[in-house]
Design a binder for this molecule. Structure first.
Ligand code: HEC
Ligand code: HEC
Length: 77
């Protein structure tokens, strides 16, 4: 019985986490030459890091795992 309850709690936590991640309304990464094929946040920060030309707003969420929130926009057609 105890294992069953733990299992239910575990499932609820997982679902909750997925919901929290998916609920973020983050702008999509443009699907252009600049952004194509980047998988390392370090690369993003070369342009979007603090003091850089395309720095994010000060209110931007603090985490630097860009691709957790920002998805590459799908090419139309
Ligand atoms: C070579 C420089 C460069 C790199 C590297 C780069 N970007 Fe960009 N990014 C830009 C430019 C330029 C724009 C367009 C800025 C604008 O129009 O204000 C842009 C726009 C964006 C936007 C859209 C912002 C909006 O207001 O809609 C997002 C999101 C973004 N970049 C995320 C990323 C992420 C995540 C990475 C790493 C995977 C990354 N960028 C890497 C230069 C870069
Ligand atoms: C926790 C989720 C999350 C992570 C991680 C994240 N972002 Fe964002 N990002 C957002 C949200 C939400 C917005 C919209 C903010 C707004 O409109 O005020 C945003 C907006 C942006 C913009 C648009 C300009 C701006 O300042 O609002 C750029 C560019 C951007 N992010 C780049 C990045 C890069 C590069 C990284 C990795 C270093 C990153 N983001 C990591 C959630 C995230």
């Amino acid at each position: 019985m105890k294992t069953f309850v733990s299992f239910i709690i575990f499932v609820m936590v997982v679902v909750g986490l997925l919901y929290a991640i998916s609920g973020q309304r983050s702008p999509q990464i443009p699907n252009d030459e600049t952004h194509k094929g980047i998988t390392e946040p370090v690369v993003c920060l070369n342009c979007h890091g603090p003091e850089k030309e395309y720095a994010r707003k000060p209110a931007h969420p603090p985490k630097d795992e860009c691709l957790k929130c920002h998805r590459v926009k799908r090419k139309k057609k």
